[in-house]
Design a protein around this ligand. Structure first.
Ligand code: AMP
Ligand code: GLY
Length: 423
């Protein structure tokens, strides 16, 4: 088979690596890919939002399966563009990707179908939002409705902060049209867990759990980022929590989307918070998490192509999804200054140390090739993943492996997986 993966981050590198393990994959392309992906796939210089060019390429090369990694093209309807030409593609159609594309939609869906989540109100105007805040309790959470690179959520401790937040999202359009609508939500506390799942429109199979670290600095301080590291499985995702989610969240979400005439095929990522009152949905994503994919996929035993094809064909019920009985930790190596301001183009040394090292992976996020040398090309540069027999061993292995890599301004959090010690 010829397979095309669309995207260029650590998540897509992890997907490409999983596809490369499949005996079904004869030839792998990635658009646009990155320097690490280029070792496993032929990278083609087409951007993820260039739907016409992607479709044209898939037709010309007779691609048998296209896998969309990123949220923007999914929400923009890339799957519909492929399907219109009779091409096989893995991911939700535009009318289902709205589960991630509009937080107001997803909140209304959860309310209508009684799926546990934080109490909320949606707002179309800043005036109405300001008025609501006057009688609200703090802290409170503001969420831009649309996609905002994971940065559209503000936790506000005072009325003043919240008013400033409404102003910057709805009036100053800090996140562009993503701020045309606003969700104001009850503040919850608890541990967060990411559960990714395969969905075929009606059947859902969840993958092993993971936990992300969204803040830039140790101790969950600093700005929100795309994710600074992950571990899998989460020791806080107990059998009891899983049973609750299976009964009240997972299948109910899939059934709700089908009942709304928006059957979901692809990946649903459940961002959960384990509150005192039980698990609650924080958010849905319509794709693999990044860096969650970098700890979940290396532990998956199944042939990813088989699972994805079963989703497309509505036969996911025939798949027995299996994960290794071990653990994995991913530490993101970033450029100092991320997520605000950082240098690019700095040479990366030591990547060869990962060659033929069983259980160790270096996934490229922001890298490029300059004059034959691999250089930094983004805020999050690499994801260093290691497995271990348990979480503690995996964490020690991952931190050891971060020392194998060197580049100027290299930065990583030193406390990825600290929560493991509290389990
Ligand atoms: P989201 O993009 O909705 O997952 O939000 C990003 C992050 O904001 C989450 O991972 C949480 O850490 C935090 N967050 C979102 N919603 C809430 C909430 N209702 N209460 C507390 N924290 C929240
Ligand atoms: N790691 C969170 C996300 O992919 O949205």
């Amino acid at each position: 088979m010829k397979v095309l993966i669309v995207g260029s981050g650590g998540r897509e590198h992890a997907i490409v690596a999983a596809v490369a393990k499949s005996p079904k994959a004869d030839k792998i392309y990635c658009a646009p890919g990155n320097a690490g992906i280029a070792e496993l796939a032929e990278c083609v210089p087409i951007a993820a939002m260039e739907f016409d060019k992607l479709v044209e390429f898939a037709k010309k090369e007779s691609i048998d399966l296209t896998i969309i990694g990123m949220d923007d093209p999914l929400v923009g309807g890339v799957v519909d563009a492929f399907e219109a030409e009779g091409l096989r593609v893995f991911g939700p159609r535009k009318n289902a990707a709205i589960l991630e594309g509009s937080k107001a939609f997803s909140k209304d869906l959860m309310k209508k179908y009684d799926i546990p989540t934080a109490a909320y109100e949606n707002f179309d105007s800043a005036e109405a939002a300001f008025a609501y805040l006057e009688t609200a309790e703090f802290p409170i959470v503001l969420k831009a409705d649309g996609l905002a690179l994971g940065k559209g959520v503000l936790i506000c401790n005072t009325l003043e902060e919240a008013k400033d937040g409404v102003k910057s999202i709805m009036l100053d359009k800090q996140f562009g049209s993503a701020g045309n609508r606003l969700v104001i939500e009850e503040f919850m506390t608890g541990r967060e867990v990411s559960v990714l799942s395969f969905v075929d429109g009606k059947t859902i199979k969840t993958m092993t759990s993971a936990q992300d670290h969204k803040r830039a600095l140790d101790g969950d301080k600093g700005l929100n980022t795309g994710g600074m590291g992950t571990f899998s499985p989460s020791p806080f995702y107990t059998k009891e929590v899983e049973e609750f989610c299976e009964k009240y969240i997972y299948q109910k979400t899939v059934d709700a989307m089908a009942a709304e005439g928006r059957p979901f095929t692809g990946i649903i990522f459940f961002g959960l918070m384990l509150t005192e009152k039980g698990p609650r949905v924080l958010e849905y994503n319509a794709r693999f998490g990044d860096p969650e994919a970098q700890v979940v996929l290396p532990r998956m035993k199944n042939d990813i192509i088989e699972v994805m094809e079963a989703c497309i064909d509505g036969k996911l019920d025939t798949i027995d999804l299996q994960f290794e009985d071990n653990a994995a930790v991913c530490v993101v190596l970033a450029s100092k200054g991320y997520p605000v301001k950082y240098d690019k183009g700095l040479p990366i040394r030591g990547l060869e140390n990962f060659k033929n090292k069983e259980g160790y992976y270096v996934f490229h996020a922001g890298t490029a090739i300059k004059d034959g040398q691999i250089v930094t090309n983004g805020g999050r540069v690499l994801g260093v993943t290691a497995k271990g027999k348990d979480l503690k061993e995996a964490r020690a292995n991952a931190y050891e492996a971060t020392k194998w890599i060197d580049f100027d301004n290299k930065y990583c959090r030193s406390d990825i997986g600290k929560a493991i010690d509290e389990a």
